[in-house]
Design a protein around this ligand. Structure first.
Ligand code: ADP
Ligand code: MG
Length: 236
């Protein structure tokens, strides 16, 4: 039953936290499902990058993250693995609606993230959708209500929140703001604020940004709760 699952999940989080006082080197050392591990290994992801070593143990324990790391450091898996694991641990099914949302600044970046998700998440029975506009709204509208994980650009997502009556997000568990500095540079500050304000408060949020500015701090204050702040610099 649901209560017992919650308690089991909590106990698992506590034990995860204790287990990883030393950083993991390989994905196989993480407390993750064999479905995810197989997805990673089949895609030849074996060892963690520095940001993944910092972010994954924290994110897998359910805490919020404010992460600074440069492009190419491996941020995508730092949030996709925790998303898959959060839904897996909650025994999420196709019928449970939207569980996780990733906001990306551009269509191209959203597509790249979506493809990594499809690749490493293939062993889970979850549905994932890309919401980036370009196609007609109607065909997206029909699919969007069935998705468990969405990778979206902010403008198009807010359009669906306003106009797609069957779209429902009240059960959302994980929000990711990827490349948040670029999202703000592209003029999406108000859009993202509106999205964040509409989402359930009880959720995990991960915000990644290459730079730390006042506007990122403001977004962090709005969207994160007691985040673990991490900054990982150049060298691997
Ligand atoms: P970022 O989002 O920080 O710019 P990405 O997540 O896009 O970085 O990763 C950059 C590149 O590194 C990609 O080509 C990705 O496939 C690769 N990569 C990421 N994590 C790993 C890993 N653990 N092992 C090997 N390659 C990785
Ligand atoms: Mg990235």
């Amino acid at each position: 039953n649901k209560d017992k699952d919650e308690i089991d999940a909590l106990e698992k989080r506590i034990s995860d936290g204790i287990q990883f006082i030393t950083p993991p080197v390989r994905f196989s050392e993480l407390a993750i499902s064999t479905k995810t591990l197989k997805g990673l290994e089949d895609a030849h992801f074996l060892e963690l990058t520095d940001i993944q070593k910092c972010a994954l143990p924290i994110a897998l324990s359910g805490l919020d993250i404010l992460g600074a790391a440069k492009t190419g450091s491996g941020k995508t898996l730092s949030f996709l693995v925790p998303i898959l694991e959060r839904l897996y641990r909650s025994k999420w099914t196709r019928f449970d609606g939207l569980g996780a949302l990733v906001l990306s600044p551009t269509r191209e970046l959203a597509l790249q993230t979506f493809e990594v998700l499809r690749n490493i998440g293939r062993n889970h029975g979850l549905s994932a959708g890309l919401v980036i506009g370009g196609k007609d709204l109607k065909s997206e509208q029909e699919a969007i209500s069935r998705m468990n994980i969405l990778v979206a650009t902010p403008g198009r997502l807010l359009q669906h929140m306003d106009q797609t009556t069957v779209f429902e997000w009240s059960q959302l568990k994980v929000l990711v703001l990827d490349e948040a500095d670029r999202i703000l540079d592209l003029g999406f500050a108000k859009t993202v604020d509106a999205i964040v304000k509409a989402l359930p408060k009880e959720r995990q949020t991960m915000l990644f940004s290459a730079t730390q500015t006042d506007s990122i701090s403001a977004l962090a204050r709005l969207s994160l709760r007691d985040p673990v702040v991490m900054s990982v610099h150049a060298q691997q």
